[in-house]
Design a protein around this ligand. Sequence first.
Ligand code: GLA
Length: 724
Amino acid sequence: MITYNENTKIFKLDTKTTSYVLGLADDKYVGHVYYGKKLESTDLGYLLRLEEPPFVPSKNLREKVTFLDTCPMEYSFSGSGDFRESCITATTAEGQQGLDLTYVSHRIYTGKEALDSLPATWGADGETLEITMEDEPTGIRVLLSYSVFADSDAVIRSVKVINGGKEAVYLDRVMSACLDMDNENYDVLSLHGSWARERHMERQSLGYGSCVTESLRGESSHQDHPFLALLTKNCTQAEGEVYAMNFVYSGNFLAKAQRCQHDTVRMVMGIHPENFRWKLEAGESFQAPEVVCVYSDEGLGKMSRTFHDLYRNHLIRGKYKDQIRPVLVNSWEAAYFDFDTEQLLALAKQAAELGIEMLVMDDGWFGQRNSDEGSLGDWTVNEEKLKGGLKYLVDEVNALGMKFGIWFEPEMISPDSDLYRAHPDWALQLKGRTGSMARAQYVLDLSRPEMVDYVYESLCAVLRSANIEYVKWDMNRPLTDIGSTYLPADRQGELSHRYMLAVYELQERLTRDFPDLLLENCSSGGARFDPGMLYYSPQIWCSDDTDAIERLAIQEGTQLLYPLSTIGAHVSDCPNHTVGRVTPFETRGIVAMAGTFGYELDPRKIPAEDREKIPGQIEDYKKYAPLIQKGDYYRISSYQDNHLFDCYEIVSKDKSEAVVFFIQVLNEPNYRSRKIRLQGLEEKATYLIDGKSYSGEALMSAGLILQRLQGDFQAQIIEVRLKS
Ligand code: GLA
């Protein structure tokens, strides 16, 4: 619910358990008042500290500079006295910068309007506050938008900039959200990694100065993640306060927490200003992507569950949103580039007999693609490999009772391709320089409008040629050589963002024209696992690292924000292709069940005793999938912290059942059985585990004693059911 108090000039957004409050300072500036636990009172204007005497004896009670540098702002701007991190920088026709944004008007409306050309949360049960501010001399207007949904604890923010002046201006920086608070001795939590090591959690103290996480790779990236949270020192999974931001965007981003001179903290998030310059003609507007803000006073666990519910109910769309996804087998680790129709059909036949529901033909089916050296862009079937063509293969796979899926990397162009030979100017490039190659490929300049149509038509031609029910959309290198032979000189700074808008347009068209298609995004593993992509694809490939043990940290960091139903997780063969580790087949299955389950192997080539376990594994997955898809996630223990075991639990919304995943990474000699405290159950209810009765209260406060497991890399699933 959103209210405005005309007398106090206070806006209040209430979610189920939180309040977000802002107000007008001196009837002029839009100041931040409060964000935290839900408050009944609206009498909160005192928090803007306008009555506070100046810090140093002075006759001048409110010098603008001192005031602007201390006032908690909802959207900061530089050049007129706020020296903390600025949200917006605009350069005028005179080449000058500096703004003074003051309140003009506001509106509160039911629902939430879609964002122009961008992924965004949606829902008719929403309410939105839109505040308009203006910089009078330039006519630049900034519209701050805040939305809440009846069933969610998140506050969603976005920003639109309108050039209401008479001349073009250049936007050099447009952040999407800003949060000013008093410092509470916060820690900063962020996610970091690398290829095959995505989203490891990192927690550090916030000292004076800034703590930054960012990507300039043209993708949300393996290395950093568009997420930042401030945590009170006592914050654990179940206790303490968290202020989190997650960016609904898949390109360059900047997230910064800044601790300032008077022990205030400013947190900002938005498109990275480096390499960004957007020309805004008179009358035009620029829409910045949205940021999801979550406050939790019950630790990280409640934060995770708030993100999960929001993304499941208000971000993911399409037919598969609430459906259990088909169990797939992917040809990548099974065969890499070395396959033909006969082999794929033999693999599919074996897979179908074991209960696998879909065959995904990964990289290597088009052009002359027998290695990663060429052919990207030539999206025509290689009939030397696929004798009889694609339709024949798909029909045969369908005849086995399986669905068929295919891999594309639509944004790329190999120098060794017919496409590049015909259109060398279609790659991103800097004048007079040789392009930087990564994985032997260049990136297409998607800022060219004809490029989007070309890519789309190439995809459609393949998809229409056979009964293809799934697409894995890959993107295997970062953006470099950020130059376009199409854009004029004064719009080159728009390239990275225009590129993202084109990717979004392509995926929007694809999901609109093929509503039954299951789309899975992927970027060299998990370099584009972000809320922007989730708007188009209900699942994303989490990491190229399929080792069950490496996956624990990767999946923990991913589960911190994203529902388990979105996390592509597969069982692969051993020794693992990335780390060479050997783990039991059961453990690989149990770890992969905390996601959208599948196989990344050739079932004909694995040991018979592993193969025989596949039907049982699929049966287990199907049994738990509804709970995993819709339930509440609780992290019980982390291998990252204890270096021995990992444990997480999913509880049904009505608390009638739960499933606990326990993975013992290393065994210890001579130790007592492990005791774990469950979470999220009904205290007064009685639950059954392995035929024994326990009270919910005992399971949560005292704990459950687990059977001891012999050996390293062991795993077990514990079922918890309400006693009827
Ligand atoms: C990326 C993906 C893999 C596979 C290969 C194919 O690395 O993450 O799963 O599709 O590309 O080249």
